[in-house]
Design a protein around this ligand. Sequence first.
Ligand SMILES: Nc1ncnc2c1ncn2[C@@H]1O[C@H](COP(=O)(O)OP(=O)(O)OP(=O)(O)O)[C@@H](O)[C@H]1O
Ligand SMILES: [Mg+2]
Length: 252
Amino acid sequence: MVPVIQLVDFRKSYITGEVEVQAVRGVTLTINPGEFVAIMGSSGSGKSTLMNTIGCLDRPTGGKYLLDGIDVGSLNRDELADLRNQKIGFVFQGFNLLARTTAVENVELPMLYRRGGQRFNNPRERALKSLERVGLGKRTDHTPSQLSGGQQQRVAIARALVNEPTLLLADEPTGNLDSRTSIEIMDIFQELNAAGMTLVMVTHELDIASYSTRMVVMRDGRVVTDRPVEQRLNAKQELARLKQEQAAVKLA
Ligand SMILES: Nc1ncnc2c1ncn2[C@@H]1O[C@H](COP(=O)(O)OP(=O)(O)OP(=O)(O)O)[C@@H](O)[C@H]1O
Ligand SMILES: [Mg+2]
């Protein structure tokens, strides 16, 4: 089995003026197909830096990174962009949707960046399917301001999935959402994971991390804990429990 992510002594530092900040200082980590990894750690511990470099948005300053067996360090800019486009879907805390653009057009966007022979010939149809997959088949012509936060995040997930990536990366995907909507997003992630998708998610919340299969904790740019999630939460069960509780409150 080829790991989806293989990091060996992975490093990233930023230089601002005279000061060098070592945001990631030697991370060795292997993530296999079908894993659902939660990355935790206090603010400034290097989680987003790690995600952005794993996601090929940024180049590491040291160490080795194999994505799906491909040595990322050996690629030029265009090759890196192509690899990112084909293999990685991104979901962010702030959704990052285009404001005056409908849901379906937002989802179509990543397909516009595919080059030459890799173009899909039915982008609209694919975008609609992707929206259906996240339960938004009926809101395809709404713009972001006409959608709730949870619905906007679903559009962002549909957009992340439309190129059929190998890996879904999510940096605090529930950071702007209430707890119920957060569980709904975890439900989508668990469904995707059950269908074989590899996911890596940054979160500050232990209960959100408990929907994953493996918890990695960072401190000062290093991994300090890496262990399987023992009492994994099931989003569908949690949602059903919430519904029962609400019904009980209404009766009382
Ligand atoms: N573009 C940048 N230029 C300079 N320093 C940066 C840059 N991005 C991050 N850093 C620094 O790198 C360190 C790690 O930042 P990072 O954003 O990865 O932390 P984080 O764990 O995601 O924190 P948070 O939980 O607040 O999102 C911090 O000290 C930060 O100030
Ligand atoms: Mg961050």
